[in-house]
Design a protein around this ligand. Sequence first.
Ligand code: WT7
Length: 635
Amino acid sequence: MSQYHIKSLEEYFQVYHKSVREPEIFWEEIAEENFVWKKRWDSIFDWDMKSHKVKWFDGAQLNITENCIDRHLETRGNKTAIIFEPNDPSEKAQHISYRELHRRVCQFANVLKDKGIQKGDRVCIYLPMIPQLATSILACARIGAIHNVVFAGFSANALATRINDSECKMLITSDGSFRGEKVIDLKGIVDEALLSCPTVESVLVAQRTYAKVKMQKGRDFLLQPLLNSAYKDCDPEVMGAEDPLFILYTSGSTGLPKGMLHTAGGYMVYTAYTFKNVFQYQENDIFWCTADIGWITGHSYILYGPLANGATTVMFEGVPSYPDWGRFWHVLEKHKVTQFYTAPTVIRALAKENLSFVEEYDLTSLKVLGTVGEPINEEAWHWYNDNIGQGNAPIVDTWWQTETGGIMISPIPFSTPAIPTFATLPLPGIQPCLMNEQGLEIKGNPANGKLCIKFPWPSMARSIWGNHERFIETYFAPFENKYFTGDGALRDHTGYYRITGRVDDIIIISGHNLGTAPIEDTINEHPAVAESAIVGYPHEIKGNALYAYVILKESGETRNHDNLRNEINQLINEHIGPIAKLEKIQFTNGLPKTRSGKIMRRILRKIACDEVSDLGDTSTLLNPEIVEEIIQQKL
Ligand code: WT7
C-alpha cells in the first residue's frame, strides 16, 4: 500500500488514523518520498500556540518549480503539461510540453530579474486565462518573488487595493482579454488603477487582443520582445520551506480584503497529495478544472497540484455559454478529459439549458467529477451525476477555502461512498470538529455546529499579509487553539460532514466570497444614500444573490428609484466588480437595530428569503415597528 495514493476505503481509514496519531511521521514520509528537496528539514512541524505561528518542514530548502517542472524533464519532457484551450473554438489549442514549459518559465524568470525583481519582492499578476498567466506565476516562484494574482474580473479599484496592500513592485497584465463575445480593455483598467499605486515600478504587457493600448514610457514594456531575447535557462532560487510563495486576497466580513499568505514547502506537499487522491490521477489522465487561476482553486488545482504530479492540465480561456451552452462538453470531448472539476453555480446554469447541448458530445472519457465553492443542491448533484458522469464517474464534493490552500473534506472516489450534498470525510491530516454556541466541542454523532480544524496541516495560510493580529483574531480567537472556518456544518451518524454555509457576514455568490461591509461601504458612497444593509437570499443559478436595504437621504427621496438603483449598481461595478451586483434594492425608512446600534441582519435575511412567519426574537430591537414596514414594502 502507498499512503501517497489511497485506493480503498480500508486504506483511507488506515492512512487517516496514522495521520492523526502520528502527524509528523505521516507528513515526513509523504514529503520524503514524493518530492525533491535541496536540503532536508530540521523539524517537521512547529506550532506556537500563543502567536499561532505554524511551520512545516522548517529548515528545508526547495524550489516548487523544480518539483513542478524540472524533475519531470527526464521522463516526461515531451508530455503535455498544459493544454491551452482558447476562448474562440476556431483558434487552435496549444499543447505545452514540460520541456517547453521549462523554457518559457525560465525565460520569463530572466525577464523578471532583468527588471530588478528579487526574492521576496511582490509581483501582481492581472491576466486573463492565457498561457502567460501560468508562466508568470511559475516564473515568480522560480526566483522567489511572491506572486499576488488578482482575478482579471476585478475593477480598477479592487486591483489597486490589492496592489497597495502588498506593495507590489511590478504588475503583469495584457492588452486586453476575450470572454465569450466580449473584449475587455484590461490595460485601460490597469492604467486607472496605477494612478494610485506608487510602489509599482514596471508593467509587463502580454499581447492577447492586439488592441492599441497606451504604453507609459519607462514603466510599461511589451512582454514578448523581452521574452524573445531572454536566456533560456534560469537556476531555481533556493527557497526555505517557510519562505512566502504567494499572497492571494479573499474577502473579509469587514474592512480590507485579507491577503492570505502561503509558504512554499507545506503548500507544495499538500496540494500535490490532495490532487493525487481526490482526483485519483493516473499518468495519462487529462485533468480539467474550470476555475480561473485568479482564485485559489486555480492556483492549487490548475497549476501547482497537477504539475507537481507531472499531470496534463487544461487551461480554458472562455466561458460555458460561448459560442453556445455546449462548449464545455465540446472541450471535454476534444481533449478526452478524465477528471472535470467545476462549481455548483456553473452546473446549475448548464442544467437549465437544453439537454441536447450535452447529448451531442461523447463524455465517456470521464472518470471523476468534482465540485467546489459552495454547497451543491441535490438537484444539481443528480443532473451532474446522471447527464455528465452518466452514472460512471463518481462525484467528489470538495470543501476547502483560500485559507486552507488545499482540499480538506472530500470523498476519495472509488473508495468513499458519496451521498449528495455531503462533502463526506476529512482527508488524511485534517482533524475537523464542530463547536456549539458555548464554545465547546460537540462530541458524538449526529451533530450540528460551527466547523473548526483542531490541528494544523501543511498548506494552511500562515498569516494575513502585514496583519498577523487580524489573522489570529479572525481564525484563532473565536475558539481556543482551533482554526475557525467561518462555516457551519452538520455531521451525520456515520461521521459524514455536510457544509451548511457561512455563519459570518460573508455571502457566497456564484462560488465567490463577498464580505458585506465593503459592499455596504460602496453603496453608502452614493450621495443620496444615508445607510444600507445587504444580505444574501437563495438564487436559482448563483446559489445566493444580494438583497440590499437602503435608506435614502432627504435629497434622494424625490429621485426616480430605478435610476438610483442603476447608479448604485454602477458604483458597485466600479469599486468591486460585476460579481457584487445587487440583485434587488429595496428603499426603506429604517433598518432593524439592536439597542447597541447593530443591524439585525438575521431579520433582514429572513425577510429577503420570504421566511417572515419565523422571524425569531425581535424583542431586543430598538425599533421593532420597522420590521412590519419593511415586510409590507418588500419587492
Ligand atoms: C468558502 C471558501 C476553495 C475553493 C473555492 C472557494 C464555501 C467551498 C464548498 C463545498 C460547501 C463550500 C465555504 C468556504 N465552500 N467549497 N464543497 N461545500 N461550501 O474558496 O473563496 O475561499 O471560499 O466557500 O463556505 O468557507 P473561497
